[in-house]
Design a protein. Structure first.
Length: 176
């Protein structure tokens, strides 16, 4: 991205409302132009799509970087499946963190298996979390994402120091 594009960038954080993501709170205050939302794994595909559509309609920036955590990954992928190509073009990079296999409900059109990421995307799991690496590898291939294993252990919701490793990755993705 060039300087003008970076000046017109919004960072959208999509949190999992059912568990704390301490590093996301740190990211929210560390970056200018941040918008936060949260979704619950107990809601379904249509609810996620409607909630994220409302958020995206409120974003004025033409360049959007998205970081989704836990059930937020499912919500983002459900929204991507149904949104139009012009809206998708506004996405400059996506980071999917610790998706939950149990939070990917199946529906009659296989929404979460048919969704694709339209930009540079990384799917990140912890070194020993509850997201099995073989499952994550399959999902990364389906969603057209690059699988990365964080050096941190677990679900990555309490990574120390605001999860600097993830911040650096996002900055590298934006500047590449």
């Amino acid at each position: 991205m060039n300087i003008q594009e970076l000046e017109d960038l919004t960072l959208l954080l999509i949190d999992d409302a059912d568990e704390p993501a301490e590093w996301m709170a740190r990211w929210a205050v560390s970056y200018p132009g941040t918008v936060e939302t949260a979704v619950s794994r107990h809601h379904g595909i249509a609810s996620w799509q409607a909630a994220l559509q409302t958020v995206f309609e409120g974003l004025s920036a033409q360049h959007i970087a998205v970081v989704a955590y836990g059930a937020g990954v499912s919500a983002l992928m459900a929204w991507l499946y149904q949104t139009d190509i012009n809206t998708q073009r506004r996405l400059c990079n996506v980071i999917l963190v610790s998706p939950l296999p149990e939070a990917l409900p199946e529906d009659e059109v296989h929404t979460l298996q048919r969704a694709r990421c339209p930009c540079r995307t990384a799917l990140i799991i912890g070194a020993s979390g509850d997201c099995p690496q073989p499952w994550a590898q399959r999902q990364a291939a389906v969603w057209q994402a690059r699988l990365l294993v964080s050096p941190h252990i677990g679900r990555l919701n309490t990574a120390p120091g605001g999860w600097q490793w993830g911040m650096k990755l996002m900055q590298e993705m934006l500047l590449s």
